[in-house]
Design a protein around this ligand. Structure first.
Ligand code: NAI
Length: 706
């Protein structure tokens, strides 16, 4: 079947092939497109004598090729079939690589996975300098490895160490960096892309060699010989294991494929790559990771049109959060007024922005023009004088109801009646905050997570009087800023903090019973959490956590009784990382080390001498989150297990290989979870009493995801 994704014309003796998959926003490599490419390559082979080159360019606005069709991978239930599929793609790209005329990929926009493997099979790659242009091999993030030659061609182009970094992390590189590492031959303005590709196939490109720094020269020498390669590959393996605690087989498998190919040659390397792709595609981890990918997409996608017309944002409060929100908005093209009563806060927010933009400029993510313009979009001010034209106001001032209400009152008096008025509160009632605001239907929560630029989740909080239109507009606004919105009801702790609070509080209770800080943190890292719980508390700040804990206690009573450990730590000035000491000690650079003296502060509260097995730690800390999630669903804070899982993975870093908190609960089984909670409720306290809906699920043999 042909899908007419490819067309070509001849320009000055060069075949210019345009990829444009009909009916799709992005180009995807599915079986039909691969077959069409195969046929086209036959034509080009036949015409070769009359051609001076071939250029591949996309007909899509901001995308070269987004990757292979995911449903192909999902459909693989047998490793041998998976290997055959990879081999099929490899054969097509091999043909591309051996075309007897020079070839160039002209790339504007995302070039990912199979798309980059396509480009790697060309002789040259030229890219646009647009901020939306990036190249990467994200396959290991989905539990598989690049299977269309990526593990073989990338290291031969950019070197072993760099290729392993790209493949094991899955992180993309932007235009400037791609040029520096030798991945692309030329970076140019979008409108000159075709000219640059022409110059490439005609052999007129002067540049293209990667920069040779001292480190790079050393690496090149090491890579030349097998033992040197082994050293580099083992270094990459250690980094992967340290980060993933062996929960993710794909990055290690990819390292093996890269190393094997360099040791045994391209042909054997490709066969090895195909075999491993098949093996990875059938793993449970891969199925789960692809599930998380879809989950994220389903919340991220949605309609952006309700946010059309939002161009002007006022952020009140320029602290850690307000500064981050202002920077994010400016980077997404909005005009921002940043208001704080403190000059110092405004100054540091602007310094942070300049630093951030400069870093991204260095990485090639922004052009010089972007880097010049973005900071000018923010106007700092010590008062709300000029906020009248705002389409959206968001407050991120101190976490106190009276302060926030005063800010809302002042802002509402200045802006028009349909300006969205939003709060970034992490624990206060949005409904109460909106009480005295004229037209409270336009008030909602928009809860970002810290650090703003890195955490994909935002919670959109629907107060009791928030209108549907406001919820939609706020969610669309979040998408406009590149965030993934999950809509939640206005209950204490909203969603993510509500689930994290029992986890953090229980961690303190474990200390009372005699647990050791580092062993618990290690067990949680081994479970797959991105960091240990005490380290997390240090990051959040003990004062902030304790404040949130008190609101939860007020909201939910006994079940959330705060451990006295928090108060003891606060009184001792151990507020966490920002104070240089919390459960751990921190040096000026923020590096952490254990601190034996913390025991002295805890001593008056330690009632036991128990130690806990990793399994007990999971039962005491993770199972209460499942229990709380069941309650959250009972109370309609959100109404689907998908919302819980998306929020926990994207907002709290719950291990993606599990598929999410409630997928994990399903694999443990409601019976086991309720029995364990029931037992803990007898032994350790009623706070563990299983939720009614969980007990029911256990009785009826039900699961969160039928
Ligand atoms: P922060 O203390 O770093 O910043 C607050 C800023 O607001 C300060 O610069 C202060 O000068 C300014 N401010 C206070 N009252 C003001 C007023 N009346 N007018 C103008 N400016 C005023 O606090 P942070 O951490 O940025 O938190 C801000 C809000 O974001 C709080 O509601 C907090 O609960 C919430 N939040 C914090 C997170 C975190 O991890 N820090 C995460 C998510 C939400």
């Amino acid at each position: 079947m042909t899908v007419n994704a490819l067309s070509f014309n001849i320009l000055d003796g060069v075949a210019v092939v345009t990829l444009d998959l009909p009916g799709s926003k992005v180009n995807i490599l599915n079986l039909e497109v691969l077959e069409e490419l195969n046929v086209l390559l036959s034509d080009l082979e036949e015409m070769a004598d009359a051609l001076r080159g071939a250029i591949f360019i996309s007909g899509k606005g901001n995308n070269f090729i987004a990757g292979a069709d995911l449903s192909l991978i999902e459909g693989i239930d047998d490793a041998v079939r998976g290997a055959e599929l990879a081999a099929k793609g490899q054969r097509v790209f091999d043909r591309l690589a051996s075309l007897p005329v020079p070839t160039a990929a002209a790339i504007n926009g995302s070039c990912l996975g199979g798309g980059l493997e396509f480009a790697l099979a060309c002789d040259y790659r030229v890219v646009s300098d647009s901020a939306g242009t990036f190249l990467g091999l994200p396959e290991t993030q989905l539990g598989i490895i690049p299977g269309f030659g990526g593990t073989q061609r990338l290291p031969r182009l950019v070197g072993l160490a760099e290729s392993l970094r790209m493949i094991t992390t899955g992180s993309p590189v932007y235009a400037g960096q791609a040029k520096r590492i030798g991945l692309v031959n030329e970076v140019t303005a979008t409108e000159h892309l075709l000219d640059a590709a022409m110059a490439a196939v005609e052999g007129r490109l002067s540049t293209g060699k990667r920069k040779r720094t001292l480190g790079r020269v050393v690496e090149e020498n090491m890579e030349r010989f097998r033992p040197g390669r082994k050293v580099i590959a083992n270094r990459a393996r250690r980094a992967v294991i340290e980060k993933t605690r062996s929960h993710y087989p794909a990055p290690l498998a990819a390292i093996a494929a890269v190393e094997y190919g360099l040791n045994h040659g391209m042909e054997k390397g490709l066969a090895y790559e195909a075999r491993i792709l098949g093996e990875m595609a059938v793993t449970e981890v891969s199925k789960r990771l692809i599930g998380v990918f879809h989950l994220r997409e389903s919340f991220a996608r949605g309609d952006k049109s309700p946010a059309a017309g939002i161009a002007d944002l006022s952020v009140i409060g320029a602290g850690a959060m307000g500064g981050g929100i202002a920077a994010l908005a400016a980077e997404h093209g909005l005009n921002v007024r940043l208001v704080d009563r403190s000059d110092g806060a405004l100054g540091s927010a602007m310094r942070f922005l300049h630093h951030d933009v400069a870093t991204k400029r260095r990485k090639g993510r922004y052009t010089d023009i972007d880097a010049q313009w973005i900071p000018t979009r923010i106007s700092p001010d010590t008062g709300m004088r000029w906020i009248g034209s705002a389409d959206v106001v968001i407050e991120a001032v101190a976490e106190r109801m009276d302060v926030k209400k005063a800010v809302f009152a002042e802002a509402a008096a200045k802006v028009s009646d349909d300006t969205l008025i939003l709060t970034n509160t992490s624990s206060l009632s949005v409904t109460r905050m909106a009480e005295d605001v004229p037209h409270p239907e336009r008030v909602a929560g928009l809860h970002f997570f810290n650090p703003v630029d890195r955490m994909p989740l935002v919670e959109v909080i629907r107060g009791e009087r928030t209108s549907d239109a406001t919820v939609e507009r706020t969610a669309a606004f979040a998408r406009l800023l590149g965030k993934v919105p999950v809509v939640v009801r206005d209950r204490p702790g909203f969603l993510v903090n509500r689930l994290l609070l029992p986890y953090m509080n229980e961690a303190a209770v474990l200390l009372e019973e005699g647990a050791d800080i580092e062993s618990v943190d290690r067990a949680l890292m081994d479970f797959g959490m991105p960091m240990g719980v005490y380290y997390l508390l240090d990051q959040v700040g003990l004062d902030i956590a304790s404040h949130a804990g008190r609101s939860m206690f007020e909201g939910f009573g006994d079940r959330m009784t705060p451990s006295p450990i928090f108060q003891a730590m606060i009184e001792a000035g151990r507020l966490g990382k920002k104070a240089g000491k919390g459960f751990y000690l921190y040096d000026r650079a923020g590096n952490r080390q254990p601190d034996p003296t913390v025991k002295n502060i805890l001593a008056p509260h330690i009632k036991g001498t128990r130690s806990f097995t990793p399994e007990e730690i999971v039962h005491r800390l993770i199972y209460p989150m499942i229990n709380e999630a069941a309650l959250v669903l009972e109370e309609d804070v959100v109404n689907t297990p998908e919302a819980v899982d998306a929020a926990m993975v994207l907002g709290a870093g719950f291990p993606p290989f599990t598929g999410g908190l409630l997928r994990y609960a399903d694999s443990a089984g409601a019976v086991r979870v309720t029995e364990t909670l029931g037992k803990l409720s007898e032994e350790a306290g009623h706070r563990f009493s299983p939720a009614g809906s969980l007990v029911q699920m256990a009785k009826e043999g039900k699961v969160f995801y039928p």
